[in-house]
Structure formats: C-alpha cells, structure tokens
Design a protein around this ligand. Structure first.
Ligand code: ZN
Length: 319
C-alpha cells in the first residue's frame, strides 16, 4: 500500500512539472489573479535569450462573459503555445479579442498561436503599428528575436492585427470596456495605452519598464515618455499599473523608478550641453547617480545610448 501511494505521489509530481511553464533556471511561470476577472503572466524582465525562449513580456487576460480578451499575447509562436496552455488553466473560454500595445514583436508575435486555435479572434492595434509592422518592423524584430532566443524558426508568417484603432477609441468587448490612448511619440510612435475600465487597470506597454531597460529607436521620444508618465501620475490613482516588462503594481512603486531613470538622463544631458561636453564624457557622472538602476537588465548596453539620444532630443528642441 505504502509503495503504491509513493509511486502515485511521484507520478503526480512529475506530471505537475511536465505541465508547468518552466524556463530553464528562471523557474515556473503562471497567470496570477490581479482583480476579479484580470490575470497577468509576468514574464522575466530581461532581454530575449535562449533560456527565456524569447518570453519576457506581461501577457494579460480579461475574462468576460463569453470569452477572454488578451493583451500582448507574447513574443513568438512557440512560446505562445506554452502561454496558451497557461491561459487554458485559468479558463477554457475562447480568446475572442487581442489588443497589441505596439510594434515590437516580443509583445505580439504570439498572436499567431492564439489565432491558430481561435481563427475568429479580433486583433486590435493602432493603424500605424500595423503599417510599420507590415513594412519591415515585423521582419526586423523576427531577426532580432531569432538571433537572441533561437526560438522562432519556421514561424515566419506573421499574424498581424486585423482591426485598426485610434487615440480616444472606446472598445466595448463582451461587457468589458477599454479606453485607448495613443501618445504620439514615447516608447515608439506606435504605442497605445489601454485602460480596462472595469478593473481600473492601466496597461502602459513599453512606455514603462521595471527591472529592465529596452531600446529607444528613432521613432521614440524619451522626453515624450517622461511627459506621458508624469501625466499618468497627475491623474487620480487607479487600482493597477502594468508595465510592458517587469512587475505590475501600485502607481508610484511601479512608475517612479523608470520615470526617475529618464529624469536623470535628462538632467545629465542638460549638464553635458551646458558644459559643452559629449554624452560619453558626462556618462560616468550620470551612472554614479543611477545606483538603483545599475542592476536592471541591459543597463550596461542601453544607458549610454539613452543618454546620447537624450542629448540629441534636447538639442533638437532649440532648432
Ligand atoms: Zn517595445
């Protein structure tokens, strides 16, 4: 009898680990409940790599009466299968809608996995996001993510968003209300912020990161990003703030760190311009003030580039 129980215990332990969404040494990942009908799967806040299989964002699901509404389903088709398996542990209802926050593939390439299982799913994004993705951004991100994670092979057809939305839109989906805000230029020029009215949750996309830094490309505006986060903090506090990468939480604990990081860039860039020195010359002094951020993923690789871009943005204001 004892032996039977023991072997049963071993079998069930194995089957649990076989089902869990495990990423190497990073451990297990699963959806956590943040509100009545809101679940988020917080990804590891780091660059895409082989160990995380290209999963590092925060896919979210909102359960409505007849289905699930998903925000930023994940970084590629393959890891999307693991994310979908986790979705099904939360609810067996069909995914009826997806909203993609911006053009970067680490947030939306798993559209393909979800659409394969639910061909009727409606996928929303900004028109400009759809346009630039089709015009080459998707391919660019495919190549970046494949090079870093080796997990995209054989999945080259993109599932683009199918419905264009714009700033100020109000989406009513199966009893759930979403307000769409598009800051012209912040993290990129393709971003939307999504306020889920029912749960008072604001999805900020990559306009907010915690514990990791990402790139600011030519379409972005760090000054625009600062203004956006300051405006959010001036508004009445909501229940939950969800960054594109890093832990969701209350207003100040979630937004303040990245805002402070960008303000330190601005301060450093202004000082460089006043003293008429190059960004790299002022960099050590700025790094010194960034003790809180030095452990953030990609700090080494990104901070100098951010400071340089900040200098260029401030210079451009005078032109
Ligand atoms: Zn991004």
């Amino acid at each position: 009898m004892k032996k039977t129980l023991l072997s049963l215990a071993v079998v069930s332990a194995l089957s649990i680990s076989a089902n869990a969404f495990t990423l190497g040494k990073l451990g297990n990942f699963e959806f956590k409940k943040y509100a009545d009908n809101l679940y988020i799967l917080p990804g590891p806040p780091m660059e895409p790599n082989v160990e995380n299989e290209g999963f590092m964002n925060n896919p979210a699901i909102i359960e409505s009466e007849h289905g699930l509404i998903m925000i930023d389903p994940g970084g590629n088709y393959n890891v999307g299968k693991k994310i979908l398996a986790e979705v099904e542990k939360v609810s067996k209802k069909p995914i009826i809608a997806i909203i993609d926050t911006h053009k970067h593939g680490d947030h939306w390439f798993a559209n393909k996995t979800m659409a394969e299982k639910y061909p009727d799913v409606k996928i929303y994004a900004l028109q400009h996001m759809i346009d630039v993705s089709k015009a080459g951004e998707a391919q660019k991100w495919y190549d970046i993510l494949e090079r870093l994670s080796h997990n995209l092979k054989g999945t080259k057809e993109f599932q683009y968003p199918t419905i264009a939305i714009k700033n100020g839109d109000k989406l009513e989906i199966d009893g759930q209300t979403f307000l769409i805000h598009h800051p012209k230029r912040a993290h990129t020029d393709t971003d939307i912020l999504i306020l889920h009215v029912n749960s008072k949750t604001l999805f900020i996309g990559d306009n907010l990161m915690k514990s990791r830094l990402g790139g600011f490309d030519a379409s972005s505006s760090i000054l625009g990003n600062i203004k956006l986060l300051e405006d959010i903090e001036k508004a009445p506090e909501l229940n939950l703030y969800v960054p594109g990468h890093g832990a969701p939480g209350k207003m100040h604990e979630t937004i303040d760190p990245f805002l402070k990081y960008m303000k330190l860039l601005e301060e450093g860039a202004k000082e460089a311009l006043e003293e008429d020195v190059e960004a790299y010359e002022i960099k050590p002094k700025v790094v010194e003030k960034m003790k809180d951020f030095q452990k953030w993923d990609a700090f080494e690789g990104q901070m100098g580039k951010h400071l340089q871009k900040m200098v260029e943005e401030i210079e451009a204001l005078d032109e």
